[in-house]
Design a binder for this molecule. Structure first.
Ligand code: SF4
Ligand code: SF4
Ligand code: SF4
Length: 149
């Protein structure tokens, strides 16, 4: 994600913001700086990049606490993410058998009406992992419908 943000910046490393473009991108990602603080980006020549960056940052604002950014328009409801999910596997007997979880099973991910939903973002194991965070749902999704940011 950081790389995508850098790509939307002018990449001049002019340091008018007091740092390099890569460092500035990091502060955009953390929310500590806004695009308005890059004077170069305000120039007409960079209008297209500025618009792309705004769109990218708006999508980031929609991410779940666990980091999931789900594009349901890409989801085909295959359920692969549900049965490979680290939390689901540890807590759902049905998932361990390669099936969708029962209605009364508490799970992080499930498919509802043919599309994936983050049933409970608080159950995602990423929230407890400082490093080597789980990314199985993202890694196994055949349509790139799940992005972890
Ligand atoms: S002012 Fe903008 S273009 Fe210049 S280094 Fe900072 S982020 Fe990059
Ligand atoms: S990141 Fe891991 S634990 Fe969290 S929802 Fe995805 S597969 Fe499940
Ligand atoms: S998010 Fe991906 S893996 Fe999960 S159900 Fe949708 S298409 Fe399948």
């Amino acid at each position: 994600m950081l790389k995508k943000i850098v790509e939307c910046l002018p990449q001049t490393d002019c340091q008018m913001c007091g740092m390099t473009c890569a460092d500035f991108a990091g502060f955009l990602l953390s929310g500590d700086l806004t695009t308005a603080e890059c004077p170069v980006l305000q120039e007409p020549a960079y209008a297209e990049k500025a618009a792309a960056l705004q769109e990218l940052l708006a999508s980031l604002a929609r991410r779940a606490k666990s980091g999931h950014l789900i594009d349901v328009s890409r989801c085909n409801g295959c359920g692969i993410c549900v049965i490979v999910c680290e939390y689901n596997l540890a807590n759902s007997a049905a998932c361990r058998l390669g099936k969708g979880p029962a209605a009364d099973e508490k799970v992080a991910l499930r498919v509802v009406n043919g599309q994936v939903v983050l049933a409970d973002e608080n159950l995602c194991t990423r929230l407890l992992q400082a490093a080597d965070k789980c990314s199985k749902c993202q890694d196994h999704c055949p349509t790139q419908a799940i992005v972890l940011v």
